[in-house]
Write a protein of this length. Structure first.
Lengths: 112, 114
């Protein structure tokens, strides 16, 4: 089946630092989503990307749809303690279906 | 507006016991899903439904059954629980077509099979 890889698997950063993570696939995707999961909760949608090269921001978060359509990137600027959690990417190959495949997640820890 | 509600939040089963996980959504979404989340594995799709009365298998359907008798409810059943089914289970829903907001997830059910 389709596989997504996320890098890094986990990261520890100091409060105030910027964060970068990525998601890669061996297949081309037409939609990329980024979710955040707080401890003990379900994932919550952060950003949705629909076009190659698209760059979209949500507050301190910025995500990009890779030009090759096989990857996506998420950046967090000036991290704060509440950024702690697991960040998942999800992709789908068609434009209107609802069957996404999820990456294994990047676990972010923010040290005060 | 509650979104997606899952019950129970926690459950411990003995091997061989059966149980049903309940999922309810109040957003009039057509699609509903059941995922399991295991460490390092991300979210894996168990079963999904594209509308009332319809269900389909996902990536890891073995050992599970589902029913969608009403549009707002999606039930996940374990007929004979096994330790390998120890996991966190998430229900999600989404609208029928279009770009939409992607999935809306419930807060999860943590199941332990001993």
């Amino acid at each position: 089946g389709q596989q997504l890889n996320q890098s890094p698997q986990s990261m520890f950063i100091q409060e105030g630092e910027d964060v970068s993570m990525n998601c890669t696939s061996s297949s081309i995707f037409n939609t990329w989503l980024w979710y955040k999961q707080d401890p003990g909760e379900g994932p919550v949608l952060l950003i949705a990307l629909y076009k190659a090269g698209e760059l979209t921001s949500n507050g301190r978060l910025t995500a990009q749809f890779g030009i090759t359509r096989k990857d996506s990137f998420l950046n967090i600027s000036a991290s704060i303690p509440s950024d702690v959690g697991i960040y998942f990417c999800a992709g789908r190959r068609d434009n209107y279906g609802q069957n996404f495949v999820f990456g294994p997640g990047t676990r972010l820890s923010v040290l005060p | 507006n509650a979104g997606v509600t899952q019950t129970p939040k926690f459950r411990v089963l003995k091997t061989g016991q059966s149980m049903t996980l309940l999922c309810a959504q109040d957003m009039n979404h057509e699609y509903m899903y059941w995922y399991r989340q295991d460490p390092g594995m991300g979210l894996r799709l168990i079963h999904y439904s594209v509308g009332e009365g319809t269900t389909a298998k996902g990536e890891v359907p073995d050992g599970y059954n589902v029913s969608r008798l009403k549009k707002q409810n999606f039930l996940l059943g374990l007929e004979s629980a096994a330790p390998s089914q120890t996991s966190v289970y998430f229900c999600a829903s989404s609208p029928l077509r279009g770009r939409g907001p992607g999935y809306t997830f419930g807060s999860g059910t943590r199941l332990t099979v001993v």
